[in-house]
Design a protein around this ligand. Structure first.
Ligand SMILES: Cc1cc2nc3c(=O)[nH]c(=O)nc-3n(C[C@H](O)[C@H](O)[C@H](O)COP(=O)(O)OP(=O)(O)OC[C@H]3O[C@@H](n4cnc5c(N)ncnc54)[C@H](O)[C@@H]3O)c2cc1C
Length: 686
């Protein structure tokens, strides 16, 4: 077999950090992990292969996050990316609270991302208008209640607006500093074989060279078309084409200046006029960086028809003044509502767009992928480290698929909200899509076998005429639109409950037949009160904590406390129980028996009331601020067990007596049963 070449291709990956470290076996050398079977325990392999613990296919936001998180656990991993350079196309841009909490764990990423994000006043609004610089029908400020500081009581992090093409280079720089990550640019995944104890991937460098990678697990983070998903034979349910969109990426410093001087800054401009209907996304007003998203109807409309002149005409009509714009790129893409049947098949996992695709309404696409990676990374680390049974991996597909289904339902409902506004102007994207479908040669309607693009264009123009200010329906349209905007029935930006309140133990949503419209649309709560509930993220509280060994307290969020101790489960023991001694004895005996590491944090006990022991944490926090799940009285809680990803694994409470048996049984339920009686550490560092 030919040795895989890293060569010059990597130099083209402008930020392709790991790629330049090609000659060192480093993290790509398979580490023999205790207890679990890995490829090194499987069949013997020839020497011309790259060996690692986890192979990640796809170097988009999901794949790079997974690589960074695995590296933070000390798990060697290799990212295989077919492209040789990062895209300049902005794509997704809204980064939600939970994603920012994940980024807090990744070096300086969260701080860097927040610094790069434009100031809030530039993107807190959505504007509904005739054109970006023309008449405004209405605008919505999504941050009206945010004056005291975004999410201050809910999270130490805040949402930001930063385009994917600016975010990814920052993530790549973190990857460069990650000792256990290796990035192979210009290497395409082409085949997959599940062998005993591992997987074998075939790759191609596009220049006739091929290579092989062997890993204990592979994760397909390879986007919408996911060759990994195809190779694993996993299907998807839902609607593969809700709408096609033509993204026109353009630069216009003059537009940026006008927006600023006229106080018209917004994140999204929904434009309705007889010439153009579409959305202008202001990716960065400072840099004059925008994308126009224009509904597009293939196969009747051809991508090639979006010539430079046509794009200029569209932009002039959408902007409403001839300020000048430079078109940087034109890319069609499909808006879908699809979820994979499963996110796991044996040693193959799916994450990100490979596992789920939603309309971008609400900004959940990239965020859900990054959070998939967060759920999977610790499981892989624990399974590879031998500190848990391999069944710890089972929960991934069940938990994340549930979130993906709910986010798809929510995004579809959001998309329908935007359609409502279009309908206020007499526009019906569904009808337009149906008409275009009927006109397409594939429809087989006699007499319409060779419809001209002109016919399609005429029909679309006729539809858009209803948005004319001279339309006799204009007063009625305005009335309906005002109703939508004032009654908050239009698209929202903030979804705190779905952002940080998702619960892995919530009942499944039935999507029989892929119907994502089946889920209740009545869930439009803008206020959210977190609860301590099994399956939910342990809420943010400001805490100060110390160890006997480390001395003076540090002030943190519970989110950071968990992240810092992620190599063990965190057991929070509230002082209100008054049973520290009993809890401690039980945990001590548990330590002797179980295979996973735990860190005990005594909350509000004070070092005087509990004689500090090495390794234990002492935490001061306003525990009374916590709301527990329905039916759980806070003062009856003896301990809360928190997983390494910050979700509650178990709440131990009266009237059951806290026994090692009870604790073990609860932890067995979540895949942490002892594999034998010897305790091992979770560390997988090479
Ligand atoms: C053109 C376009 C425009 C978009 N615009 C928007 C938008 O305006 N707003 C919005 O919210 N979302 C948008 N999205 C969606 C958003 O970008 C995705 O949700 C997000 O990128 C998902 O991240 P990911 O890492 O899961 O997948 P991706 O970002 O798709 O990354 C997958 C990676 O896998 C690589 N890959 C694929 N096959 C192979 C292979 N065989 N071997 C090796 N590598 C492979 C790809 O090159 C790619 O780098 C857009 C998507 C596209 C394609």
């Amino acid at each position: 077999m030919r040795r895989v070449r890293n060569g010059n291709l990597h130099a083209l990956w402008r930020w392709g950090a790991g790629a330049t470290r090609g000659s060192s076996p480093g993290p790509a050398t398979l580490v023999r992990h205790a207890a679990t079977s890995t490829v090194s325990d499987g069949p013997s392999f020839d020497r011309d292969v790259l060996r690692t613990s986890v192979a990640i296919v796809g170097g988009g936001p999901t794949g790079v996050t997974l690589s960074l998180l695995l590296s933070s656990f000390g798990v060697p991993n290799v990212v295989v990316e077919r492209k040789t350079r990062l895209t300049d196309h902005p794509q997704a841009h809204f980064i939600n609270t939970r994603t920012m909490e994940v980024f807090r764990q990744l070096g300086g990423l969260a701080d860097g991302v927040r610094r790069k994000s434009p100031p809030l006043r530039e993107w807190s609004n959505f504007r509904y208008c005739e054109s970006v610089l023309g008449h405004t029908f209405g605008e919505i400020d999504h941050f009206e209640d945010y004056a005291a500081g975004p999410n201050a009581s809910l999270s130490p992090s805040e949402v930001v607006h930063l385009s994917q093409n600016r975010l990814l280079p920052m993530m790549m720089r973190e990857l460069e500093a990650s000792p256990h990550s290796r990035f192979l640019a210009g290497r395409e995944f082409v085949s997959l074989e599940q062998v005993e104890g591992g997987v074998r991937l075939g790759t191609s460098d596009g220049l006739g060279g091929s290579g092989a990678i062997e890993a204990a697990y592979v994760v397909g983070c390879d986007g919408a078309r996911s060759p990994v998903r195809g190779a694993a034979g996993i299907g998807m349910q839902g609607d593969p084409n809700m709408q096609s969109i033509m993204n026109i990426h353009f630069e216009s410093p003059a537009l940026a200046r006008a927006l600023k001087s006229e106080g018209r800054e917004a994140m999204l401009y929904f434009v309705y006029n007889p010439k153009v209907v579409g959305v202008i996304v202001a990716h960065s007003i400072d840099d004059g960086d925008f994308v126009a998203q224009i509904p597009f109807f293939p196969p009747l409309e051809k991508a090639e028809a979006y010539t430079a002149d046509r794009c200029q005409a569209i932009l002039a009509n959408a902007i409403g003044r001839d300020v000048g714009a430079t078109v940087l790129g034109v890319r069609p893409w499909n808006m879908s509502a699809l979820v994979a049947d499963t996110f796991r098949s044996g040693r193959v996992f799916l994450a990100g767009d490979a596992a789920h695709l939603f309309p971008p309404a609400g900004g959940f696409g990239m965020n859900t992928g990054i959070q998939d990676a967060h759920n999977l990374a610790w499981r892989l680390a624990y399974a590879l480290g031998g500190s848990a049974r391999p069944s710890i991996l089972d929960g991934y597909s069940r938990e994340r698929r549930k979130v993906a289904v709910k986010n798809t339902c929510l995004s579809v409902a959001n998309f329908d909200e935007t359609v409502k506004v279009a309908r206020a102007f007499g526009l019906d994207p569904g009808l337009a899509k149906g008409l275009m479908g009927a006109l397409s040669p594939a429809s087989g309607i006699p007499g319409l076998r060779q419809p001209t693009e002109t016919l399609a264009e005429s029909i679309l123009s006729l539809g858009k005429l209803q948005t004319s200010p001279w339309s006799p329906l204009r007063p009625l349209q305005r009335l309906y639109l005002d109703g939508l905007l004032t009654q908050e029935r239009s698209l929202r930006l903030l979804y705190p409950e779905e952002d940080i309140g998702f619960c892995y133990e919530d009942p499944d949503v039935d999507i029989g037949g892929g119907d994502f419209r089946g889920w209740s649309k009545t869930r439009r709560r803008t206020k959210f009160s977190p609860r301590v509930k099994v399956g939910s993220r342990f809420p943010h509280l400001q805490v100060s904590w110390w160890r006997r060994e480390t001395g003076p307290p540090c002030v943190y969020s519970t989110i950071d406390l968990v992240a810092e101790h992620k190599r063990s489960f965190l057991i929070l023991v509230p002082g209100s129980s008054g049973r520290a001694g009993e809890v401690r004895d039980t945990l001590a005996s548990l330590h002797e028996e179980v295979s996973f590491a735990v860190t005990t944090a005594f909350v509000n006990f004070g070092a005087d009331s509990v004689d500090p022991r090495p390794g234990e944490l002492f935490v001061e926090a306003d525990w009374s601020k916590l709301e527990f799940d329905v039916g759980i009285e806070a003062d009856k809680v003896l301990a809360v067990v928190v997983r390494p990803d910050g979700h509650v694994a178990a709440i131990l409470k009266d009237p059951f007596r806290l026994t090692p048996y009870e604790v073990r049984t609860k932890l067995t339920d979540i895949g942490l049963a002892p594999t034998n009686t010897k305790r091992r550490s979770v560390s997988t560092a090479s």
